[in-house]
Ligand binder design. Sequence first.
Ligand code: UGA
Length: 444
Amino acid sequence: MNISVIGSGYVGTTTSALLAAAGHSVTAIDIDEAKVEAINSGKAPFYETGLDLLIAYGRESKNLTASGDYDSLGAADVIFSCVGTPDNPDGSPNLRFINEVAKTVASKAKAGAIFVQKSTVPVGTGERLSLVTKDQIYASNPEFLREGTAITDSLNYDRLIIGCNDQKTAQTIERLFKSINEAGKDINRVAEIGLTNEQIKENGHETIFTSVKSAELIKVTANAFLALKISFANSVAKLADKSGADIGEVMNGIGSDNRIGRSFLNAGRGYGGGCFPKDVSGLISVAIDHGVDFGIMTAATDLNESMPGYIVNKVAEVVPLKNKSVAVLGLAFKAGTSDSRKSPSVDIANIVSDMGAKVLAYDPQANEEAAEDLNSDVTLLDSAATALKNADVVFVATDWPEFKDLPIEQYKSLMSGKIVVDCMNCLDKAEVERCGLTYIGVGR
Ligand code: UGA
């Protein structure tokens, strides 16, 4: 099919590259020239496992083109909207870009084209936009892929949600995603993501057809529920710290109940990124608009925001941080990404620096992006070893494999102090203690 994808962020670029690899003719549109240039030169505009290779493949096959204008919309059978929804100061999502895209589609797309909203929008947005794009058919197809594992998640997903009032259109969208799975083995090989054949499900995905409004609400409430699980685990971790229980054991114990499930119950410095914080505040704000009190999510947010300070204070009770040399390993909001938006790791670095410590930080991918949010006196370094050298304390703030795999003896030989703060409970506590270092985790 002839497809245009508006917006070349994580969702848009991944969608474009996957659809091109599945044999469709795709134009990725973005107003940011740097992104257009990156894609046309065969690269992703950000770090995402396997995406460079997939984009290069799309360019070679001539199925993928990036463009800074909207000329391709006239010929498109399907148009995906994947533009950002930044926060308003009150926590509600700013829909300026979403609204502009709808107006552009209404003026440039052919009658009968399918207009698919992939961006996360408040419930009711589709109903309003359908009045703008009267000649096109509107559908909501929320995205559930995670940054860092975007290609894997796109091949190995649990469910596809398609909210559309027109059944035939909904089936056309389903077929598009099935075509990605049919090309799954090629995509796996080209992107070198190493899935087994069993993991590349060609069939067996559940497609759930819903109304547009339900699809919109499924997206935000799925993220909100996962955020709730994390904040719940972190609340229990605080209690485990006080009572002497071990949060890992507790969460394994409750997570083995199928009704609860073990995932997203890892306690640590809390969630960040471009999705959970924004989607939770957006949900609270849309609930207020509808006169519904969403106190449960306000509590989850407050708890999440308390975690960086909670961890730093735990350390400050053991050793005053003023004038200490402190290594912060990891700035990205999670491993596998260069994204440091609303990253609790950045908060940790800043809180420690506010306490008067000399902070030496390093992230394998996010140094550049984190720089603008870090206190000006935080020093960015280009390796874990240089950050650790002569450090009194180390905070392992993001669970990158290179920090988990670094032998504890190396931490010990590089540091001059003994305190290892495991902000994501990703290190082997017994091993750290065996090496004669002091281990501080979250709820352990
Ligand atoms: C999240 C959802 O998981 C995706 O399904 C969704 O498509 C995406 O948002 C989106 O709305 O676009 P993502 O933000 O990429 O994906 O990251 P996650 O892997 O979900 O992690 C979110 C945060 O939670 C990270 O900071 C992570 O470190 C933290 N986390 C996760 C925990 O603290 N504990 C856990 O047990 C799991």
